[in-house]
Design a binder for this molecule. Sequence first.
Ligand SMILES: C[S@@+](CC[C@H](N)C(=O)[O-])C[C@H]1O[C@@H](n2cnc3c(N)ncnc32)[C@H](O)[C@@H]1O
Length: 330
Amino acid sequence: MAQRLLQDTQVKLASEQTQKSANWSIQTELAAGLNAPQASISPKYLYDPLGSKLFEAICILDEYYPTRTEADIFALHAEDIAATIGQGVTLIDLGAGNCAKAAHLFASLQPRQYVPVDISADFLRESVAALRQKFPSLPIVEVAMDFSSSLHLPTGVGHEHRLFFYPGSSLGNFAPEEALQFLRRIRQNLPLGQHGGLLIGIDLIKDKALLDAAYDDDLGLTATFNRNVLRHVNRLLGSNFVLNDWLHRGFFNPVEERVEMHLEARRDVIVSWPDKGNRRFLQGDRIHTENSYKFTPDGFGELLRCAGFGQSKMWFDPHHWFMLCHTRPI
Ligand SMILES: C[S@@+](CC[C@H](N)C(=O)[O-])C[C@H]1O[C@@H](n2cnc3c(N)ncnc32)[C@H](O)[C@@H]1O
């Protein structure tokens, strides 16, 4: 009995220690970003429970063409996509969010296991609970993790016929070198010569006005989503950002071929956090919160080749605004 109690206490202490060290590295990363010459906050912090809900709402805005356009591609090419991938895959959904996009594939792909992966742990738990009600016989292994530094999946995740599903052009949140490393990590997790592979949604370079509107909508939902990151950072870092001090900026930068989101100080402010952390922002200073790189089909094909993938199949919507791409490792 005493031995059991001792073991339980040791396990509890170890898990508290792991949590403390995770919090410490998050705080270190956030403070480093805020102190950098160009202040920044990683876009992964946009997704707390409210941020994930706000993103769901953004997806149904008229201006936000990516979700609708990607869905059109799936509808237009459903049979070909399913035939290309094959049935019975282990469906690994990177940045699963509400899991809705993957759920649309269940009927045609008949996955043997569904593995939604997301950093937004509470939102993921809720999404998976609803999914389990709807698909009671589908084995689901949910993985709450930050995949930006490692893609080490738990042992319960099947190795057979893995399909990595990475929709919504989320790859564009990575800088080009990081995107290449991320694709290489996916490649290393894919066994050769099996069904599955990588199915990825990619947003294409297009008219600036369309891109500007998609990331700065009239209703101000994207602005709210962007400013909500400061509430999340206040909770994680213990900082004292005042949301009303910050304006949303979202626009296409054609030189860098990316949409950028920033928060711009409306007045001079000093933001502080524990252990004497602080930064003075002058009116007009910006915190860079997201990049969303846009691609050409050729440019993306080249990136896949560099990451160790073979021939790829690409499907487009009628306007060529968005692309869905399937590829396998070589
Ligand atoms: C743009 S949303 C896409 C959601 C959904 N897959 C879609 O296509 O509509 C990005 C998703 O990736 C998750 N995410 C962002 N950064 C992440 C990271 N570093 N590790 C794990 N998940 C991440 C977010 O929580 C969010 O659900």
